[in-house]
Design a protein around this ligand. Structure first.
Ligand code: SAH
Length: 467
């Protein structure tokens, strides 16, 4: 180990920055986050530094560097493009035993400024010892994507209870086990998902000797339209920590691949109208699994609150006092339209957009047709493959032009995506011969014309036919 990573307290301590450019201002900003009392020495100040000077956030000491300026400083940073000055700063600091960093000159530094992931009070610092700062930065970015943004809140939450936990458990080992359970269990999840008051309440109960540590919970997660790259960070994290996964037909196999390997998988079907399990049974199943103490991932295609019956599922959870959280997903309208090159709104063609379901009931589609044929609007129809001929007929009967563009997209965002495009008059005929497979999304409106110019996603033909 060439250096020893330490975290230095700089709040209200004097720090000197030599240099007034862009790089210097980035270092100043970092020191400011740590609460340092900052003085800058430079012949000229970058506009950002000028502004901070005007706001009283920094001091501008002098135009030219003199060694005595660093007397009393806790750290010194040199960020000038003058090698001689950088050298002089380094020497003067070392002579005074003040830690010094010279940007991009590891040989002149007595300390290194790492790449930082800031989830205060939690900090992760990455350093390559000056050997490859870009690599360190890339590594930091990867860590950023792995650590939930709310980890800082979790650490702050733990700090609140630190003393109480110490009083409750006398040995370090007991405390360690307790905290591991809290962080990995329902309380930790509650803090991360912004339900802090419930978490606080559960924690108080636990410390008072009532309440259970690891009761089950349900994560109602939107798995997006198919492409696993469209999952949210939170969805992925919960997918990887669930004990059991209750999933639909709509969830793509690529997304299912990312569920924790040893989670139990329970398929509850839900194709268009032959539900493998009736909704009420699914609701009860979720409650039962959670009551067994499991972390239950209820994984749905798209977004759970858009034609996803997520509302009904959580209603039952609430009635039974099961803790849960809802994680939004990219709904089909969003994901599929993007991948098909069809913007849902456009200044010239559509100022509003309507999502509806084309689900057949007793062989007919029951929709507010007048609302659907308004000009300058895009209509997105979920579950409309079977009802397509009826939809096209009714829209024309209610005043839409027979030449109104319409597209149907099969398995959008996946390698099996196919788009069939036509008009209200021609699409049903085209689709009859296309042999499309569910799920399919319909988009009606002038915006469909833009596809010709904007389509960018093109799965390979072999992938489409193999799917
Ligand atoms: N909750 C889901 C929708 C469930 S309803 C969401 O927010 O997307 C099921 C309908 O969604 C399907 O019939 C189809 O119309 C649409 N759908 C979902 N994923 C799709 C995809 N990848 N491609 C095309 N349509 C999709």
């Amino acid at each position: 180990m060439e250096t020893l990573p330490i975290f230095m307290k700089l709040r209200n301590r004097p720090c000197l920055v030599v240099g007034g450019g862009d790089v210097a201002s980035r270092k100043v900003s970092l020191l400011e986050k740590a609460g340092a009392d900052i003085t800058v020495v430079a012949p000229e100040l970058h506009p950002t530094l000028m502004q901070w000077l005007a706001e009283g956030r920094i001091r501008h000491f002098a135009l030219v560097f003199e060694p005595s300026q660093m007397d009393g400083a806790a750290v010194v940073i040199a960020a000038t493009d003058d090698a001689e000055v950088n050298h002089a700063v380094s020497q003067a600091a070392q002579a005074r035993n003040i830690p010094v960093n010279v940007v991009d000159a590891p040989e002149l530094c007595t300390f290194i400024v790492p790449s930082i992931m800031d989830r205060s009070p939690l900090l992760v610092a990455v350093s390559s010892g000056g050997a490859a700062p870009v690599l360190a930065r890339m590594l930091r970015t990867r860590i950023e994507t792995m650590i939930p943004a709310a980890y800082g809140r979790l650490a702050a939450f733990a700090a609140e209870f630190r003393e109480a936990v110490k009083r409750r458990f006398s040995t370090g080992q007991q405390r360690r086990i307790f905290w591991e359970d809290v962080f990995q269990g329902a309380i930790g999840e509650q803090v991360l998902s912004g339900q802090e008051s419930s978490a606080r309440h559960a924690m108080e109960q636990l410390l008072a000797g009532s309440g259970e540590l690891n009761h089950g919970e349900v994560y109602l997660v939107g798995g997006g339209p198919g492409d696993p790259d469209l999952l949210t960070f939170r969805a992925l994290r919960l997918m990887q920590q669930a004990d059991v996964c209750v999933y639909d037909k709509l969830v793509s196999k690529e997304v299912m691949e990312l569920v924790r390997r040893d989670a139990e998988l329970i398929y509850v079907g839900k194709s268009r109208d032959q539900h493998t399990l009736p909704q009420e049974d699914i609701n009860q199943l979720l409650v039962r699994l959670a009551q067994e103490g499991k972390r239950v991932l209820r994984l749905k295609g798209g977004d759970p609150f858009i034609f996803g019956r997520g509302g009904e599922e959580i209603e039952t959870l609430m009635e039974n006092g099961v803790p849960f959280q809802v994680v939004p997903g990219i709904t089909a309208a969003n994901g599929v339209s993007s991948y098909a090159g069809i913007p849902l709104t456009h200044r010239d063609y559509a100022q509003s957009c309507l999502f509806t379901t084309g689900h057949l009931k007793d062989g007919s589609v029951n929709l507010d047709w007048h609302a659907l044929v308004r000009p300058n609007q895009t209509v997105v129809i979920y579950m409309g493959l079977v009802g397509l001929p009826e939809i096209c007929r009714q829209m024309q009967a209610h005043g839409a032009s027979e030449s109104l563009p319409i597209a149907i997209i099969q398995q959008g965002t996946t390698q099996r995506q196919r788009v069939v495009e036509g008009t209200l008059a021609t699409l049903p005929g085209l689709v009859e011969h296309a042999g499309l497979r569910a799920p399919c999304l319909i988009i009606v409106g002038e915006v469909v014309r833009l596809r010709e110019k904007l389509a960018w996603f093109a799965p390979s033909p072999e992938a489409v036919s193999a799917g």
